[in-house]
Design a protein around this ligand. Structure first.
Ligand code: FE2
Ligand code: FE2
Length: 204
């Protein structure tokens, strides 16, 4: 029996789930090509619970990051995609903390995993505010953006391969389904309310 087959909801294949998530990002700028490259192996992609939902967002974020790297100067595409990326990353992180990490934090065996993920959210937030405050047309912008991309890919790769794996062990099927609903609701609310902070925070 495939892993998680007992969850009794239509499960997308891993490949289909990834293609759907990328297509969602592509809708925003159909002229840009997307090369997200290989993604770290994860058992969760396509699952009908919280973890499958989170990986779906991660794949969409991978696509947005790759698309922004293809843009130039202060173009309309770059402005539109960066704004969407900031809203996506901030609302995803907040809803992930509320739906998943808050519970995982309370279980002693996984406290460190949750703390690690949440601490990285704060670092990423600072990088986003820093980028938002800088001139998109300057030559340094894309260099700084590349650093954010690397940091974010590291963060989601680790979540998929380490922190989600540890968290899954302490959750029941019912927990994982319920958390998906909470995530969905909270993310929509958070995304509608996101304020794009602009503040230079980094020296290098
Ligand atoms: Fe995260
Ligand atoms: Fe995440």
């Amino acid at each position: 029996m495939p892993k998680h087959a007992h969850l009794q909801q239509p499960t997308k294949t891993s490949q289909q789930a990834k293609a759907d998530a990328i297509a969602k990002a592509q809708d925003m700028a159909p002229d840009l090509s997307i090369h997200i490259g290989s993604t770290p192996e994860t058992p969760f992609r396509g699952d009908p619970d919280i973890f499958g939902r989170l990986v779906e967002d991660h794949d969409r974020h991978r696509a947005l990051l790759a698309m922004i790297q293809q843009t130039h100067g202060k173009s309309e595409d770059r402005q539109l995609l960066f704004k969407e990326l900031v809203k996506e990353l901030k609302s995803h992180a907040a809803a992930e903390e509320q739906a998943l990490w808050s519970t995982v934090l309370r279980e002693p065996t996984t406290t460190e995993d949750a703390r690690h993920a949440v601490a990285e959210h704060k670092e990423l937030d600072d990088m986003l505010a820093d980028l938002a405050a800088r001139d998109m047309a300057s030559s340094g912008w894309l260099r700084r953006f590349a650093a954010l991309k690397e940091e974010y890919l590291h963060h989601i790769g680790e979540e998929e391969q380490e922190q989600f794996v540890a968290a899954e062990k302490i959750l029941t099927d019912a927990d994982r389904k319920y958390m998906r609903k909470v995530f969905e609701r909270r993310k929509n609310e958070e995304k509608a309310a996101v304020k794009i902070e602009k503040k230079i925070k980094l020296k290098a």
